[in-house]
Design a protein around this ligand. Structure first.
Ligand code: NDP
Length: 298
């Protein structure tokens, strides 16, 4: 049976480093500041934003939340971003997606100052990651957290390992592939047009699934001893728990994959907790960079 990679524990370890470093920074007169901006009242976004703001406070950060009404214009949102870009108390700016259709999300993201772009979505940060400038880039939180989980099992140098990333989104798949490449893996990115995905997945020493399709990756797609990271979060009906009940599953058929994998992340409790932890880590790193203090290693 596979080793279960405990994302809650690794996330707690990251938060402990962030909290300690944040206290050290405070003693030097620097308080890391995170601004989270949301537009409208999407219930899922409200939950995410509240938990990000709460976690920032727990880390000792200056935590600011801007909840703008659904009818906010793009101009008003851009004006707020400009204000936050210029505010020396703010080191990280996060705009919760999705934004209302009227607003051009791309334009808003590109308006965030790259050195405060703790989500790592600005073209400058995407370019830095793509060219291996990871020392000064902000890396998107979910793939950054996924890499930490892989490193717990395989160490930091992944030389010679075959990695397959299923999914090519800008938020997860592509940055994940770049991180694995920087760690010396031989990387293949698969997507909806890939032929014989099963055979490809069976070549993977490291398999990352970021698809958004419940339990699509089957047990017999897994190479013996592989490290499997399941980024997917899918809510499916769970009639066994009662009428109208649901449960969360990943993109991997966990039960059967765990019989072949060397190590695997569960859903929930795998990649999920890492995303917020890495947002805190990125904000702390931003504050360190602005204060010209060496940031901690995660
Ligand atoms: P996207 O929908 O943006 O991308 C999905 C990718 O999967 C696409 O590249 C798509 O290919 C590919 N895909 C879809 N169907 C297939 C198929 N049948 N075979 C092979 N590839 C396929 O999703 P995200 O990257 O944003 O998210 C992926 C999953 O990760 C979701 O479940 C999401 O909820 C979860 N997630 C979890 C986070 C966390 O904190 N744990 C954070 C972010 C996301 P194509 O490009 O060809 O369409």
């Amino acid at each position: 049976m596979a080793e279960i990679i405990d994302g809650k524990q690794v996330a707690q370890d990251v938060i402990a480093i962030v909290t300690n470093s944040s206290a050290e920074l405070k003693a030097k007169g620097v308080v890391p500041g995170l601004a989270v901006v949301m537009v409208g009242e999407d219930p899922a976004s409200q939950v995410y934003v509240a938990s990000k703001s709460r976690k920032a406070k727990e880390c000792g950060f200056h935590s600011v939340q801007h909840t703008l009404p659904a009818e906010t214009s793009q101009g008003m949102l851009l004006a707020l971003i400009a204000e936050l870009n210029a505010d020396p108390a703010i080191h990280g700016i996060l705009v919760q997606l999705p934004l209302p259709d009227r607003i051009d999300s791309g334009a808003v993201i590109q308006a965030i100052a790259p050195d405060k772009d703790v989500d790592g979505f600005h073209f400058i940060n995407v370019g830095k990651l793509g060219t291996g400038e990871t020392a000064t880039a902000f890396v998107p939180c979910t793939p950054a957290g996924s890499l930490l989980l892989i490193e717990r099992v395989r160490g930091r140098d992944l030389s010679g390992l075959n990695a397959v990333v299923v999914g090519r989104s800008n938020i997860v798949g592509k940055p994940m592939a770049n991180l694995l490449l920087a760690a010396n893996c031989t990387v293949t990115i698969a997507h909806s047009r890939t032929k014989d995905l099963r055979a490809l997945c069976r070549t993977a020493d490291i398999l990352v699934a970021a698809v958004g399709r419940p339990e699509m990756v089957k047990g017999d797609w897994i190479k013996d001893g592989a490290t499997v990271v399941d980024v997917g979060i899918n809510r499916v009906p769970a009639p066994e728990k009662g009428d109208g009940k649901s449960r969360l599953v990943g993109d991997v058929d966990y039960k059967h994959a765990a019989e072949r994998a060397g190590a695997i992340t569960p859903v929930p409790g795998g990649v999920g907790p890492m995303t917020i932890a890495m947002l805190m880590a990125n904000t702390l790193v931003s504050a360190c960079r602005m204060a010209r203090i060496e940031p901690p290693k995660f």
